[in-house]
Design a protein around this ligand. Sequence first.
Ligand code: HEC
Ligand code: HEC
Length: 470
Amino acid sequence: MNHDPQRHRLHTTTTIAATLIAIAAGLPLSPAVAAPPNSYAPVVAREDFQTTMTRMKADKARVMKKQANLLAERYDLDDHSAGNHKMSMGKKIQSGVRVKLQPGMTWTKLANMTPAEIRSSGLFPKGFLPLPHPNHPEGGMVFPQYHIDEIKKQEARDLTRFDLDYDLPTHFLPDYPPAIYLTTRPDLGDVSQGKVVTIDNYYELFNGILNPKQIEGMRLLVTPFPQQQFNQTSDRRSERPHRGVTCFDCHVNGHTNAATHLVGDIRPQEFRHGLDTPPLRGVYIQRLFGSQRALKTVEDFTEFEQRAAYFDGDHVIAAKKGVNVLERGSQVHFMAEMESILDFPPAPKLDIFGKLIPSLATESEMRGQAVFFGKGRCSECHPAPFYTDNLMHNLKTERFFKPHMIHGRMASADGPIKTFPLRGIKDSPPYLHDRRLLTLEDTVEFFNLVTGVNLNTQERSDLVAFLLAL
Ligand code: HEC
Ligand code: HEC
């Protein structure tokens, strides 16, 4: 929610009111009265819908250009992949470190400096800093264009925002449509039939494969419900009044399309983290949900996603825009049951302990595994077989840089973040909770620096080979 224009207008109104009171009271005119800090979105729109839309549409090109410049400054955005590495449905995996270094710097040199030296010399790579939302002061759900096109085609529901487009190039995003694997029917392999599951086709796709509760759970996962930007009030970001969004608009086919959003839990706006949609595959082995919220069950996350996260953690505005309150026993339970049978993709090189089968693995993968469980210390937070400890860790990246504002996002301490599982990790770029890293090579450089394990070039490239096999 962008409160800036409103805040500005509120501020102006307050100033005018203060001025009138001052005049009436015969007092000297005071300088501008600052608006007090505020956690709430305005319930009453201070401008009519057409005016808002015209103003924001006119500003869209500038906003998108600003974000494109930020991305180009941080990352090598070219489309290149090495070797034959593919995601489960065959999309090529982007390779190479994409985070740019300052001129004259190398990754090895950087890893040999102390956090204090990097901080004082300003050498922390910009791509390792928190990534702002495509328009951070505004925020809200933003979907990749191909998903918008597909939903328009299937359901005649238009997820276009008049003020914003998705920012990252398509080659950095997951398979589309992604495969669906069920823990209950591993014999079937991918059950998506190459389709994007929607309200239009879920029944014919799943009748006979799922039980009736799961089918009903699936129906609710693909049914649109009102949300902050997509609703029927004049405070929306869709041209026409809107039925809302579905869970699978972001967690497409129970996986992810890397749709982005702002975390609902933090105020003020500049401290809210940008978000990457995590896959729902494998939620059944997880014990904490949300990168920072640490909700304890899939049921809780399912219920509160729609009641609170859809509305930026603001229950007041949710009531106005038409929050859908799910019934715990007959709806939340069914949805959560459906989510909990979504499996990780197959990893044919792993044994039942989640370790490489030597006869199937390459030498580089085997060496990478040894680094992962040894010198690299990755397994201390990412233990086999699913490669998560189901805890949160504070990586304290703020050791490496001074707090500063990046396009409306205050880059400072991230605090504790959930350890995401690494099983199937090749299928879910971009990486980290706010999409700040684009390739697995980037993640290895990030953890090499942040943990201080000082791996050599060979060890780092072997580690990438291992991650691709998980
Ligand atoms: C913007 C598109 C979007 C939509 C729509 C959406 N989610 Fe999410 N979902 C996310 C993001 C982003 C997160 C991570 C939130 C965080 O880190 O705090 C998330 C997290 C989750 C998680 C926790 C996963 C984990 O690994 O911690 C579950 C479970 C979940 N969503 C279920 C749902 C359900 C059920 C719905 C529909 C009611 C839904 N989501 C709708 C984007 C979305
Ligand atoms: C101290 C605990 C810790 C250690 C050690 C650690 N990680 Fe992580 N890892 C995390 C946390 C926490 C996150 C989530 C961070 C975020 O999203 O901001 C994460 C995220 C990741 C991700 C991205 C996951 C995703 O879904 O986006 C990859 C890949 C990864 N780690 C690989 C590694 C590798 C390789 C090593 C060893 C060199 C390593 N990690 C060492 C805690 C750790």
